[in-house]
Design a protein around this ligand. Structure first.
Ligand code: ADP
Ligand code: MG
Length: 338
């Protein structure tokens, strides 16, 4: 089973950044309001994600590390309507099979689990031993919520460890992942530390556009807010909202193109094309528009289950989605003074 998990890890766990992504998504799925991410040596030596989400009850801790033991899918039909970010029950066991993993949790006092057995009275921890056996649950000190600590990634798979790059490169990837998620969830407070140094300290936005824009400014560089137009357009089954920014004319700008479908960042040629088309009608120099855009549509109209890394999607009605995005942006750009 340990071996099966290691093989699965090949799909899910490529580097520290992919571990961070899976852990943060779990925290978001657990309804957290606050995230603390701590990384040492690019995440190769140690990384930890702590949340204040609903927590995991003592008797569920071992299960969370078991293969295909997701708590998020109850029937096969649910695959059609995946609302949570994770749904394969693969990430934790995969990560645990190629690292030294510790899972610590205390059930949030207001959750169902806590009410039934006063589980929220204390925190519990399980650790995966070198041979893959589980140690614990044993009592631990932890506020309500969950921490996952991953040390010595790929210590037991030297071939994979060889593919890791320098500490700086690995941290850059971690930072990318954190930024993407931080842009998508301004309602969640977030702190990222590398080797003890604070890299991001982002308060939760309170729902006002200004507070969301303040986060965009901090993540994308000052001026994004000032130079961007808010957009929010709905049609039957489709909603596009977010911000678009004046394109850079002179010098190349850092990557400021983020497109999310139902909360997941995706890279999609169809969508890139629609956006370029929309801009090209208004500014012929508009080769590199900046944007942070969110497309929401009913899960049945989009297939996110294309690859475990989940950067791809497949739309049922791709033409319709393309044209909706293009027109929505065109109309907004026509009104705004970009
Ligand atoms: P998936 O996210 O696909 O369900 P994972 O292997 O990532 O699978 O996680 C397994 C299970 O462990 C989740 O379904 C969830 O029940 C539990 N879990 C993992 N991380 C957390 C967390 N931060 N807070 C609460 N529960 C968690
Ligand atoms: Mg998950």
């Amino acid at each position: 089973d340990h071996l099966v998990n290691q093989i699965a890890a090949g799909e899910v766990v490529e580097r520290p950044a992919s571990v961070i992504k899976e852990l943060i998504e779990n925290s978001l799925d657990a309804g957290c309001a606050r995230l603390e991410i701590d990384v040492e040596q690019g995440g190769i030596k140690r990384l930890r994600v702590r949340d204040d989400g609903r927590g995991i009850a003592r008797d569920q801790l071992a299960l969370a590390l078991a293969r295909h033991a997701t708590s998020k899918l109850f029937e096969l039909a649910d695959l059609e309507a995946v609302g949570t970010l994770g749904f394969r029950g693969e990430a934790l066991p995969s990560i645990a099979s190629v690292s030294r993993l510790t899972l610590t949790s205390r059930v949030r006092p207001d959750s169902d689990d806590a009410a039934s057995d006063r589980a929220g009275d204390s925190a519990w921890e399980v650790a995966v031993a070198i041979d893959g056996r589980l140690e614990g649950p044993r009592p631990a000190a932890h506020p309500s919520g969950t921490s996952v600590e991953v040390r010595d990634l790929f210590f037991n798979t030297p071939a994979r460890r060889k593919f890791l790059r320098t500490e700086k490169t690995e941290f850059d990837h971690v930072d990318q992942v954190v930024r993407r998620l931080a842009l998508a969830r301004p309602d969640v407070a977030l702190e990222l530390r590398h080797n003890g140094r604070v890299v991001h300290q982002l308060p939760a936005a309170d729902g006002r556009p200004e507070s969301v824009l303040a986060r965009l400014d901090r993540l994308l560089g000052a001026g994004f807010a000032e130079q961007s137009l808010e957009i929010d357009v709905s049609a039957v089954d489709l909603r596009l909202h977010g911000w678009v920014r004046r394109p850079a004319f002179s010098r190349s700008q850092p990557d400021q193109q983020f497109f999310y479908v139902n909360g997941r960042l995706i890279r999609d040629r169809l969508i890139t094309h629609a956006i370029r088309q929309a801009f090209s009608d208004f500014l012929h120099q508009a080769r590199h528009p900046g944007y942070v855009l969110f497309l929401e549509l009913p899960p049945r109209l989009v297939d996110v289950n294309v690859h475990p890394a989940k950067h791809e999607v497949r739309f049922r009605e791709s033409r319709q989605v393309h044209d909706f995005i293009q027109r929505a942006l065109q109309r907004r750009l026509a009104q705004g003074v970009l």
